[in-house]
Structure formats: structure tokens, C-alpha cells
Ligand binder design. Structure first.
Ligand code: ADP
Ligand code: MG
Length: 342
């Protein structure tokens, strides 16, 4: 029998293959696999649950990721998925696998970041598991949150003519990763050269210490806007748009010049000769929110400075396109992070 190579399959196809025959045994499980978080309903209360794993050498490199930031980031990544369901995170569980090359003090630093995230976002650390690992550090966090039925936002739910919105700016975290990788290579070759990262402060911080956009969720609630569909941007704008369009059975049309990109990201993109739009579309780890709203909410959305309207939802048969400033229509492709790629 010919065996299937996991890297050819890719992350999403692998998840589908492993979970396609999953049986749901309980009525309380309203939504299982397939969104940013699972949704459970008990006594009219909705509970949201989501897990993510971070592995040394795959998701982070300790040569340039301070452990405190790593602890903070591992919580943010999970809170972001709860916010993406339009929920409020309440508790987390943290599982770690640690090799004995780490002293306890290193783990203290990791937990300093975890505790800081818990206190900033008012989340309770309620448990987890600890194991030794043969090589490297593994961190897996599960976040639990809640929401009300009227606020719940799935990836499905976007409809033709609705507006596509994103929070914050995109591509900076990926630009930051490239700077850190580049400076790390230079440092490895000339250890006496200390890298000067000060010109890249914003983009490296976006990579090392992202914030989950609970503030945006709060703002939308205050202004009584409930997105029709929502997802967090962990794998790049293009890939997340694919998820929303697939789940909602729609197409989309976005405008390149409307994609929010920070000046710092543009300056770095120029250095690399790669268009900054590529960082936004195909980078990752922005942990911003991508959502759709009804046209009638446009006037209100316009008043929120940290939100950009980048396009609109179309019929599925119209496809998924980005229009460039000179009028070219470029088909969007899902080129998010593939964990199994080299
Ligand atoms: P996100 O990027 O929001 O973290 P993923 O792409 O990792 O979401 O996961 C997509 C869906 O597949 C989620 O519902 C997730 O819970 C589920 N999933 C991912 N990996 C597994 C697995 N190994 N077994 C079962 N379900 C999984
Ligand atoms: Mg997500």
C-alpha cells in the first residue's frame, strides 16, 4: 500500500481526514470541529472551548523568543480564538512538555508571561499537565470562554453584499519573524555582532508579543454591532477569507489599497523586495479579527479607527478576488502557514 505523505496532504486535509467520521453523542455539543472554537450549550449558556499547540523549532525559536513573551503569546493565541467566536475568555488550561535542558528558572519565566496574560485579560489558570519531553519545549493551551446565543459568530453566516472588515494592521508579525530570522543567521555567523533591532521594534513585537483583540470585541458590543461571520487571522488574510467563504458558501472581492499595513511593515517589505501585500495575505500570526457586517452598519464601523473595511462578499460563482490599485483582479489563494512545510 502506498503511504500518504503528510506534508503533501497539508494541515487542513489531514484534520479533515482524521475527523470526517467523528460522531457527536451529546445534544450539548452544538458545534464540534470546524470553527475557531467548539460551542457547548448547557442550560441556555454557551461555552466556547479552543486548543492550540506551540512546538519549539516549529512555532518558535528560543534563540530570539524570550520565554516570558512565549508564555504570553501561547495564551494570546488561544484567547484570540474565543474572541473570534464573539465570546469572552474565562479560563485556561496549560500543558507543557519540557526537556531537562531547561532549568526551573526558565519555566518560571515562561509562567511569568502566562500569569501576566491571565491578569491582563482577566482569565483564570485552572489546570493543565506537565511532562518531560525528549527534545525541546512543547506548550499547549486550552481556553474556555462564554457567550450568548445572540452574539455567537461562526465562520459561516456571511452573505452577499456584506462588508468585509479587519481590525488593526496585517503582515507585521510575519515581517517581524523575517527580521528575527535574518538577524539570528547573521549573529550565528558573527557572534561578536550584537543585532540592533531598534528600527524593527514594532514588527518584532508584533511577532513576539501579540495581543488578542478583546478590545475590538468590546467596542463592537458597545456599538451594538454583531458580525455575521468572524475568524481570527492566524494564517494570513487570504487563508482566513477562504475559510469564511467556504463556510458561508460565498465569494469575496477585496481592494489591495484598503488592506491595513503599518508603515514599519512597508519599510521592511521594501528592504526584502517583497510587496507588503504578500506579507498581509500570506504571512500569519497577526491575531487580528476578520469579520463581515451588514451594509447598514457601515456608518458606525467607519467611526472605529482600528477597523478597516477592505471589500465585500459576493456570490460563490463570482470567485475570490483582490483588485489592485491599477485595476487588475488577482484570484486569492489559500497560502497560509502550513505546519508541515519546511
Ligand atoms: P485555528 O487555526 O483557529 O486554531 P485549526 O485550523 O487549528 O483552527 O483547526 C480547525 C478545526 O479542526 C478546529 O475546530 C479544531 O478544533 C479542529 N482540529 C484541529 N486539529 C485537530 C485534531 N488533531 N483532532 C480533532 N480536531 C482537530
Ligand atoms: Mg482561529
Amino acid at each position: 500500500m502506498k503511504l500518504t505523505n503528510i506534508s503533501e496532504l497539508g494541515e487542513f486535509a489531514l484534520i479533515d481526514r482524521l475527523t470526517q467520521n467523528t460522531k457527536i453523542h451529546h445534544n450539548e455539543t452544538i458545534k464540534g470541529i470546524g470553527d475557531d472554537a467548539a460551542v457547548l450549550k448547557q442550560n441556555n449558556k454557551l461555552t466556547l472551548i479552543s486548543s492550540d499547540i506551540l512546538i519549539e523549532g516549529v512555532h518558535f525559536n528560543l534563540a530570539y523568543s524570550p520565554l516570558k513573551h512565549l508564555g504570553y503569546k501561547s495564551v494570546m493565541v488561544n484567547l484570540s480564538d474565543i474572541f473570534a467566536m464573539n465570546g469572552t475568555p474565562k479560563q485556561i488550561l496549560v500543558n507543557i512538555g519540557v526537556s531537562n535542558r531547561f532549568p526551573a528558572e526558565a519555566m518560571d519565566e515562561l509562567y511569568e508571561g502566562i500569569h501576566k496574560a491571565c491578569s491582563m485579560y482577566k482569565v483564570d489558570l485552572i489546570g493543565g499537565d506537565t511532562s518531560s519531553s525528549q527534545k525541546g519545549l512543547i506548550i499547549s493551551v486550552t481556553a474556555i470562554g462564554e457567550t450568548e446565543e445572540k452574539n455567537l459568530c461562526y465562520r459561516k453566516g456571511a452573505a452577499e453584499n456584506e462588508l468585509i472588515c479587519v481590525s488593526g494592521d496585517l503582515g507585521a508579525a510575519y515581517a517581524g519573524l523575517r527580521v528575527l530570522e535574518r538577524e539570528n543567521e547573521i549573529f550565528k555567523q558573527n557572534p561578536e555582532l550584537q543585532p540592533d533591532l531598534s528600527p524593527y521594534k514594532y514588527i518584532t513585537e508584533r511577532q513576539l508579543k501579540p495581543e488578542a483583540r478583546g478590545d475590538v470585541i468590546k467596542k463592537l458590543r458597545e456599538l451594538k454591532i454583531t458580525p455575521t461571520a468572524m475568524i481570527d487571522i492566524s494564517d494570513g488574510l487570504s487563508s482566513e477569507l477562504m475559510h469564511i467563504c467556504k463556510a458561508s458558501a460565498t465569494g469575496c472581492y477585496i481592494y489591495e489599497e484598503k488592506i491595513p499595513i503599518a508603515t514599519e511593515t512597508k519599510i521592511f517589505a521594501e528592504e526584502t523586495l517583497i510587496p507588503a501585500t504578500v506579507f498581509a495575505l500570506n504571512g500569519g500570526e497577526d491575531y487580528e479579527l476578520l469579520f463581515t457586517i451588514k451594509q447598514k452598519d457601515y456608518k458606525i464601523i467607519e467611526t472605529i479607527p482600528e477597523i478597516s473595511v477592505i471589500g465585500h462578499i459576493t456570490k460563490a460563482e463570482n470567485g475570490k478576488f483582490m483588485r489592485t490599485p491599477d485595476g487588475k483582479e488577482i484570484p486569492l489563494e489559500a497560502q497560509g502557514w502550513n505546519t508541515f512545510d519546511k
